[in-house]
Design a protein around this ligand. Structure first.
Ligand code: SF4
Length: 182
């Protein structure tokens, strides 16, 4: 097997899972020597590429942009890892589901009108605020995933354990997780 093509993606999350990824510290240098990072918030690539071996997805599916990107990712990726509690369960962003069918309006009202210091209005131009989905969903409710890495955020040690398995092409040993290759 050649160098693995790895991606990390940030959907509806707080970036804390990626901060934990960066806490891998000097292991990141070792990792960079063994894999190609082909898409991530930490590099400047605009389009999710074809032929990705493994992708860690942070965050839940909250809006139309998240949904469209996730469908492309699934088509172009061999192994998807649901990365962190927002991806695995919906977690914090899914709290708005408790507001029921009017959750989108309530969230936008709260963010752009009730708590705005000036210019109280919801942005309406295309491309400014992606359309919110009626319900926030965890990744596996939208596409199949091969592995779950829970935690809010998962610790760097747990991310390292998973990446070690990925690099060695063996199933993760962490409880409740499964990673298939081939
Ligand atoms: S799981 Fe926790 S740390 Fe990760 S994106 Fe969600 S809230 Fe942030």
């Amino acid at each position: 097997m050649g160098r693995l093509r790895i991606a990390t993606v940030w959907l509806g999350g707080c970036s804390g899972c990626h901060m934990s990824f960066l806490d891998l510290d000097e292991f990141l240098i070792e990792l960079a020597g063994k894999v190609d990072l082909v898409y991530s918030p930490v590099i400047d690539v605009k389009e999710y590429p074809e032929g990705v071996d493994v992708c860690l997805i942070e965050g839940a599916v909250c809006n139309q942009d998240n949904l469209e990107l996730l469908l492309d990712i699934r088509e172009r990726t061999r192994v998807l890892v649901s990365f962190g509690d927002c991806a695995v369960t919906g977690n914090v962003p899914a709290i708005r589901n408790q507001l029921g069918p009017r959750s989108c309006e309530n969230v936008l009202q709260c963010a752009y009108i009730d708590n705005a210091q000036a210019n109280q209005r919801v942005p309406s131009k295309d491309g400014i605020v992606p359309k919110l989905l009626d319900r926030v969903r965890p990744i596996h409710e939208v596409v199949g995933v091969e592995a779950y890495l829970p935690g809010c955020p998962p610790s760097a040690a747990r991310i390292r354990a998973l990446l070690d398995c990925v690099l060695e092409g063996r199933p993760p040993q962490l409880e409740g997780e499964m990673l298939r290759f081939g």
